[in-house]
Design a protein around this ligand. Structure first.
Ligand code: ADP
Ligand code: ZN
Length: 529
């Protein structure tokens, strides 16, 4: 069928109303839908809960042929498909959980043009058999969900995503739309490159969730009491999610909450799927239900009135934290994100990485993300500003809706570390922004492991000797958290300065470090004296 643009818009609006039951498009949804309906590629960056799914579901329904959706998680696919089926949309998924016969049936429907949306994991799509089958039928649109999984330098890397670039050759006339809820500037470029979406228009929404307040607290010897104190702020019928790192702790915490009169259920991947489905049901339908979960919970759970998201342990990256807290308050009303953290948490996470990640580069990347996360926990700046600057979004230095803005650091001892930061930044600059952070630190401390002898005659060499290297690593973390430096993993993990660092180099900005979580360091001036 040959619609013109207005017809497309009209059909899209009609589907929005009749199929999805919404009156209006949100923010950029209509622009995105139109772009895809007109046959062009798009890269969509929208926060969790922003309404990404409609951006490809509507084009898939309006355009002739099947819309293919690539999604990394089976549970996510199942949720989406059953929601679509309830609305009367012919949606299916193909994955390893289906029997041979079930797959055959879906394939027959595909060939008869009876399928509007087909969800697939990347590895399934890339099987020659699947690709051939799909090449022989009409495809309306290809959506690549969770597109940040293509970035080798991100914490959620999925190698099979890198092979998705063959889609541009296999389906040259099919518009492709990549979607993600988290991507900094670097990752955006990587996504566009890796998926061969170089001419795609980029649709960027603000990632700020102003109705979510952020609060991060140091874990003490009795975290369960800390949790109770936090929960006291809520009404009895408020629902929420509490995340823990391990299954054991999930079980313990849920039991603890039940003992204390709450309606709480554990949820983790070690439970049977029937049990997990039950918990989901209680959570979606009940009031005042708390789900205590590992990260296995939440993906695709669409409950608008989640009033709080708590973390009993530090998550592995700011991305994860942002995603997990983003499950709160999709209804736009106020909600609270609250976290307990300790330095031990970061040590435990690093230990898990050393055990679980073989690839050396990947391990470094993951450690880097833990550093950033710890940086967010220990920052003296507005939490929201740090989170958003991590996503390359500018925001005011004061949000008024996080614990730091509300004075949680008042009366605590801070150390002005601007001089140390300056020294670190200068060293990075003098080493031509070519070295890893470990090398910069060994240069500053005059460590014998520093092997680049052409630089040892610089006056800066060994100027940071008065501070031990573990302390310099903290300086490094603070510089990262403040967005003054960047790690270029694609270029041997070299450290580069950002534009923001100019403000510090100008002496216009002071940088502080907390002393309640870290021991005081000798000042450099003292050493020189
Ligand atoms: P994302 O994938 O970006 O996390 P979803 O596509 O799951 O977000 O949408 C989040 C919620 O917003 C869903 O409950 C969805 O029904 C709702 N939603 C999306 N678009 C609209 C709209 N235009 N009007 C009203 N509700 C919408
Ligand atoms: Zn703030």
């Amino acid at each position: 069928s040959f619609f013109d643009a207005d017809d497309y818009k009209e059909s899209a609006r009609e589907v929005l109303r009749t199929v999805f039951g919404h009156h209006d498009f949100r923010d950029q949804q209509e622009k995105i839908v139109t772009e895809v309906l007109e046959g062009r590629d798009a890269l969509v960056l929208m926060p969790t809960g922003g309404g990404k799914s409609l951006c490809y579901q509507i084009p898939a329904i309006v355009r002739k042929g099947v819309g293919i959706v690539i999604s990394p998680l089976i549970s996510l696919m199942e949720d989406q498909v059953s929601t679509l089926n309830e609305m009367g949309v012919e949606a299916y998924y193909l994955n390893s959980s289906l029997s041979r016969e079930e797959s055959n049936e879906i394939e027959a429907k595909l060939r008869q043009g009876q399928v509007e949306l087909l969800y697939l994991a990347p590895e399934r799509l890339l099987q020659p058999y699947t690709l051939n089958m799909l090449s022989s039928i009409d495809v309306s649109v290809i959506a690549i969900d969770e597109a940040h999984c293509v970035s080798r330098w991100g914490p959620d890397f999925r190698p099979e995503y890198m092979n998705l670039n063959i889609l541009s050759n296999k389906f040259p006339n099919v518009p492709r739309i990549a979607l993600t809820a988290t991507a900094d500037m670097e990752s955006r470029k990587i996504i566009a490159n890796e998926l061969s979406l170089k001419n795609a228009r980029v649709f960027l929404s603000s990632f700020d969730r102003p109705n979510i307040s952020y609060e991060i607290e140091l874990k003490n010897e009795d975290p369960e009491t800390q949790l109770l104190n936090f929960l006291e702020r809520f009404d009895i019928d408020d629902s929420g999610i509490i995340y823990c790192l391990s299954r054991k702790k999930v079980e313990q915490t849920a039991a603890f909450l039940v003992e204390n009169g709450f309606i709480a259920y554990p949820y983790h991947a070690g439970m049977s799927s029937t049990k997990r489905k039950k918990v989901q049901q209680h959570f979606l339908q009940g009031e005042g239900v708390i789900v205590v979960a590992t990260i296995a919970f939440g993906m695709g759970i669409d409950k608008p009135d989640v009033r709080f998201v708590g973390h009993m342990d530090m998550p592995k990256s700011i991305e994860s934290y942002y995603q997990e807290t983003g499950r709160a308050a999709r209804d736009g009303l106020a909600a609270q994100a609250w976290m307990l953290y300790s330095r031990r948490d970061s040590a435990v996470l690093k230990h898990l990485i050393r055990k679980g990640t073989r690839d050396r580069t990947q391990r470094k990347v993951e450690e880097h993300h833990i550093e950033l996360m710890l940086g967010l926990c220990e920052t003296t700046r507005c939490r929201r500003e740090v989170i958003l600057s991590f996503l390359d979004e500018d925001s005011p230095e004061y949000c008024g809706n996080c614990d730091v803005c509300q004075g949680s650091l008042e009366g605590r001892e801070l150390q002005d570390v601007t001089d140390e930061i300056l020294l670190y930044l200068t060293a990075i600059y003098k080493l031509n922004q070519k070295m890893s952070y470990e090398t910069v630190i060994s240069f500053l401390t005059g460590d014998e492991s520093f092997r680049f002898h052409e630089y040892t005659s610089l006056p800066l060499y060994a100027q940071g000797q008065g501070i031990d290297s573990s302390k310099w690593r903290e300086i490094h973390r603070v510089a990262l958290t403040c967005g003054l430096i960047q790690v270029k993993f694609a270029e041997g993990a070299r450290i580069a300065l950002t534009e923001k660092s100019l403000k510090v180099l100008d002496g216009k900005d002071r940088i502080y470090m907390r002393l309640d979580t870290s021991r005081k360091m000798p000042t450099l001036t003292k050493k020189r004296a």
